[in-house]
Design a protein. Structure first.
Length: 173
């Protein structure tokens, strides 16, 4: 596409020598700029949204995220999805977790806190669709006191079983 280059001196000559052509030159310049900025043969990227609502609570530190296209993807080839996460407890920025063709991702190892997720469609690594609405995941893992208590209870049952078996074997001999 040809994009004319206008220097200040060219505009001054136009203004000084040909006042009747100022509107013609300005109109030509604006049409060329519009043709340069807005592509005429582009296929719009499909929007993506999460298929399980925009908020969830996890009591285990893991979650399966799923998303779907809001519209048909006719005319769009090599479509991938970019999933990003932001940890609110750390004050993080969004970081890419996944870039691929699948419409789901499994996240695990999450500590207590709130996490934000967003997804968008990507074509050939250079054309991006709009970001989806943000999905909020609240993670509340079981407490450490409960885990230690259950471990202690299991240890007591194990010791009691070993003592019972040992005393039973001694009595039968």
């Amino acid at each position: 596409m040809f994009l004319p280059y206008y220097s200040v001196s060219m505009w001054m000559k136009t203004v000084c020598l040909w006042p009747g052509q100022i509107i013609k030159q300005a109109l030509y310049f604006s049409i060329c700029m519009m043709a340069f900025v807005s592509p005429t043969h582009s296929v719009s990227m499909p929007e993506v949204s999460f298929s399980h609502g925009l908020h969830a609570i996890s009591d285990s530190g893991y979650y399966r995220l799923q998303w779907e296209l809001d519209e048909a993807k006719e005319g769009v080839q090599n479509l991938q999805y970019e999933l990003q996460r932001k940890d609110l407890s750390k004050g993080d920025v969004f970081k890419t977790l996944y870039l691929g063709v699948e419409q789901a991702s499994f996240v695990s190892g999450l500590l207590d806190g709130k996490y934000l997720f967003r997804v968008r469609s990507v074509q050939n690594q250079n054309k991006m669709g709009p970001w989806s609405s943000v999905f909020t995941l609240t993670v509340k893992n079981p407490s450490l006191v409960l885990a230690i208590g259950l471990f202690a209870l299991g240890a007591m049952v194990f010791v009691a079983t070993v003592v019972l078996v040992a005393t039973g074997v001694r009595r039968s001999s």
